[in-house]
Design a protein around this ligand. Sequence first.
Ligand code: OAD
Length: 256
Amino acid sequence: MTAETTIPDAAVAAVRDAEWVTVFTGAGMSAESGISTFRDADTGLWERFDPADLATPQAWARDPALVWGWYQWRARLVRDAEPNAGHHALADLASDRTVGVVTQNVDDLHERAGSHVVSHLHGSLFAPRCSNCGTPYHGVDADPDRAVEELRVEPPACPVCLSPVRPGVVWFGEALPEREWTRAESAVAGSDLMIVVGTSGIVYPAAALPERAVGRGVPVIEVNPEPSALSSTVTHRIAAPAAVGLPALLRAVRGA
Ligand code: OAD
């Protein structure tokens, strides 16, 4: 454990006792990989961009090239990033218990660290699909060297029905994908510990999952350097960033 990071003994015991852990993550999980969160002051994406222009069905209808270009830009930032020590600690945690990740993140950093991702609640930057017939799109970026600042990019045409291909993410005003939600619910219903990392806990229905775990009497550990909307609900708090708090938790669990 680092001198600055306090890991409550009861949290360590909860991890040691757990056989099936559901990890619920938000944007703070990837912050130390260089991926911006949404709501952190100064650096959050929603501080710099208006979600109404970029992350709604109305924005897509108005200006598909702006929306497609913005998500291409975000996908490029993720492709250039690496999983951080927090992602790796979660993958390590699965060496001696079942660990399933339910993430609100649209990046693939958990997968690249080796974790089992049960559910991408808000979709994925890497699963575009036809906006009309829903056919998954597997085409590659036509111009991988395009400057990241260039935000307007015409979306490709669906090979089946020629409609524009849309980002495979959930926008404001859209329902969560049913399969992803059902898988998340099952994970929460079956696990005996939840670890919540890097989420403000204000976007529903995702934020209801930790509340549900607490309602079942399952301990919930939060890892977040700042208090969140879930902090008063969770059982244990580790006030540290993910890339510090999660490795420290793992070391404490292993008695290292
Ligand atoms: P937010 O940007 O709302 O919250 C980020 C959280 O991460 C905050 O609680 C920060 O304190 C915390 N945080 C920052 N740095 C951290 C670090 N290094 N380690 C751990 N925690 C850190 O992001 P989300 O809660 O993920 O939805 O946002 C939820 C949803 O709102 C997103 O999935 C997205 C957004 O609009 C859609 O796009 C549908």
